[in-house]
Design a protein. Structure first.
Lengths: 165, 165
């Protein structure tokens, strides 16, 4: 099972590594509305953890403070990758990590560079990953660590998804 | 104000008309989780209403039955269009409308064509439209018919969004 999970994380990384922009979805404060904004994925770790730069003063940081459950939507027509990822977000205010992840593209948002005192990181640990397999036109549950039922879940359009832990 | 709203709907149509795939996000039944799947936008009307073909037996139809609030996430890197749309979904089981919207691409999902008894339509009326303006790097609220406060809302990254009704 462990090995199968590793293969699934590898598949996740393969699909995400060339995606420049995703939609990071949080829960709006004090409402039942969703809040989404395009975000650049700075890095995906070997265990599937995704990293984002953000301003500490931004709304999304407040929203994550209220509810750590976030979703990441990827609809990349050119690479034909469609993913819906649900995970847990944590704020990481670590300058060493920021240095490791920094690249010059981020200057568009942080002209002050790594000296910007308002810079911080969002770390998202995926708990459920669904992707659309274009060859079979099926929604596949890559992994799901949120749900109790882990096998044979029927998915979208009456097709069967695979759940591997 | 009416005229400004029309211009905003035109802008929405301009951004959406060439988008082939979006992520349609619903609320999972009996949980607080989101549920998303890539969907092809069949048509966007002159008033911004969006149409999707779906199987009547699919999970998302059940989910819309429970909660009509849906979101549409668009992250189109090639056209540089990033939108987060919140709206109200209605199921429309109207064969005349299906005939009007049908195109041969839908055969991939409905090999039986318009005779498929499991075919139905989802109509999404946008209530709040946010898009990312790439030239100014600002999140712009194109229109918002959900919120009481309609002017001067500060948005993502400390930048100011425009709200036009």
């Amino acid at each position: 099972m462990k090995q199968e999970h590793s293969l699934n994380v590898e598949k996740l990384i393969e699909m995400v590594k060339d995606v420049r922009v995703c939609m990071l979805i949080t829960n709006e404060k004090n409402t039942e509305n969703l809040s989404g904004r395009p975000m650049s994925i700075s890095k995906i770790d070997a265990d599937g953890t995704m990293w984002f730069f953000t301003k500490a003063s931004s709304y999304k940081v407040e929203e994550i403070g209220e509810s750590k459950k976030v979703s990441i939507s990827i609809t990349n027509e050119s690479s034909n990758n469609y993913l819906m990822i649900h995970g847990i977000a944590t704020m990481v205010n670590d300058k060493t990590k920021m240095k490791e992840l920094w690249n010059s593209i981020m200057k568009a948002w942080f002209p002050l560079g790594l000296d910007d005192p308002d810079m911080t990181l969002i770390k998202v640990k995926p708990k459920e990953v669904n992707y659309w397999d274009s060859s079979s036109s099926k929604m596949v549950v890559l992994f799901n660590m949120l749900k109790a039922i882990v096998t044979g879940k029927e998915y979208e359009e009456g097709k069967h998804g695979k759940i591997n832990l």
